[in-house]
Design a protein around this ligand. Structure first.
Ligand SMILES: Cc1cc2nc3c(=O)[nH]c(=O)nc-3n(C[C@H](O)[C@H](O)[C@H](O)COP(=O)(O)OP(=O)(O)OC[C@H]3O[C@@H](n4cnc5c(N)ncnc54)[C@H](O)[C@@H]3O)c2cc1C
Length: 341
């Protein structure tokens, strides 16, 4: 049996940038067994390009998609065991990320609260190893399950095999282009400890006068900061941080520091430095700029926003302009965090 394929489907509601784009072909996956039919279909049309989409919160459609868009709607959350140190919980890849965090908190299995309110799906989280407020999801992942659309095999990768790094993982590599992530097994610590190494989070928690700190305090603080600082995609189209923070060698960082003594950066393992891309964009005078319906968000210069009817190509042009200006000012190359399709 072939999967149900629709033609010329509007993707505006399936991307948080809210840009208008059409998919030449479109299908929805609601059960893992449908992946076999999908693999058969793709084998029949080997030239056909395809794109798996979850919450569409990390993609930018620069034009109509001349291939098959596969909307991932695999649902289900279940405990899958425990040992002395961890509870193990499996979530299917189509589950909404923030709702999943709420479910784990309700079940008294905290550990993900620093990552609250990040849009998207559970399946999207390991791909770029989402991170916020001092925590990366890699620290809570036991394994990632996927179905290989080429070999039709179901596989699981351990945390180490996922090769997580700063906003990256093995799933970003070309050799994993046929991997359809079906589920993620999380390891949630039985001895919970708050992750409060992030300055802004600590400051927010100072308003919380309770004698002890609970996971829900961290959750509420993260939600409060994010609501204050970040544009709500339903109101203002965006995909979160457009650029990654550049990572520089010690030598390159010192050269930059000579040029810009007040540059904001954080030392990393191996003597490298992670430079604040927000600082670079702000200091290049780009915060709040606007070209038609595209702009750099005035409260957070890492975010490009769609004020109304922007086209994907307008957003790409704005990103290119930011990249050029930052390179000219500081000699630093900005890389996109958002997947440009
Ligand atoms: C307002 C806002 C705030 C954000 N804040 C943060 C933040 O604090 N930290 C952070 O790290 N990110 C942040 N993001 C980015 C984004 O929310 C995350 O990267 C999220 O995990 C993307 O998930 P998604 O389901 O929307 O992925 P999508 O955008 O649908 O897809 C992203 C990529 O993953 C692939 N993909 C998706 N699902 C699958 C699957 N099942 N199998 C294989 N490939 C798949 C897609 O093909 C695409 O290449 C933010 C975005 C917004 C809009």
């Amino acid at each position: 049996m072939s999967p149900a394929i629709e033609q010329n489907v509007d993707l505006t509601k399936l991307n948080t940038f809210k840009v208008t784009a059409k998919a030449k072909e479109f299908t929805t996956i609601k059960a893992e067994m449908e992946l076999l039919q999908l693999a058969d279909y793709l084998a029949q049309y080997p030239e056909q390009k395809f794109l798996i989409i979850g919450g569409g919160s990390d993609v930018l459609f620069s034009e109509d998609y001349d291939g098959l868009v596969i909307h991932n709607c695999l649902y289900g959350i279940e405990p899958v065991g425990e040992d002395d140190d961890f509870y193990y919980v499996r979530a299917a890849s189509g589950e909404d990320w923030h709702s999943f965090i709420l479910r784990t908190l309700d079940a008294n299995k905290p550990g993900l609260e620093n990552l609250a309110l990040i849009p998207g799906t559970v399946g999207g989280a390991p791909i770029q190893n989402i991170g916020a407020y001092g925590l990366e999801v890699a620290e809570r992942i036991h394994s990632v399950e996927y179905f290989d659309l080429k070999t039709r095999q179901k596989k699981a990768l351990s945390n180490e095999e996922c090769d997580f790094g700063y906003r990256t993982s093995i799933f970003k590599k070309p050799e994993m282009k046929d991997a359809y992530i079906t589920g993620v097994v999380f390891k949630l610590p039985k001895k919970w400890e708050p992750v409060i190494n992030y300055k802004e989070l600590r400051e927010e928690l100072q308003n919380c006068h309770a004698p002890a700190l609970y996971p829900t305090d961290i959750y509420s603080a993260v939600v409060a900061i994010r609501k204050r600082k970040l544009p709500e995609p339903r109101k203002l189209g965006n995909a979160g941080s457009f650029f990654k923070n550049p990572i520089l060698s010690k030598e390159d960082f010192f050269t930059l520091q000579e040029r810009a003594p007040s540059v904001v950066a954080y030392p990393m393992a191996g003597g490298r430095y992670k430079v604040s891309a927000a600082w670079l964009i702000d200091s290049a005078g780009l915060k709040g700029i606007r070209m038609g319906d595209v702009g750099v968000y005035e409260k957070q210069p890492l975010i490009i926003v769609n004020y109304g009817q922007a086209y994907g190509e307008d957003i790409v042009a704005m990103a290119q302009d930011i990249r050029l200006r930052v390179k000219n000012y500081f000699g630093v190359k900005l890389e996109s965090e958002v997947v440009i399709v």
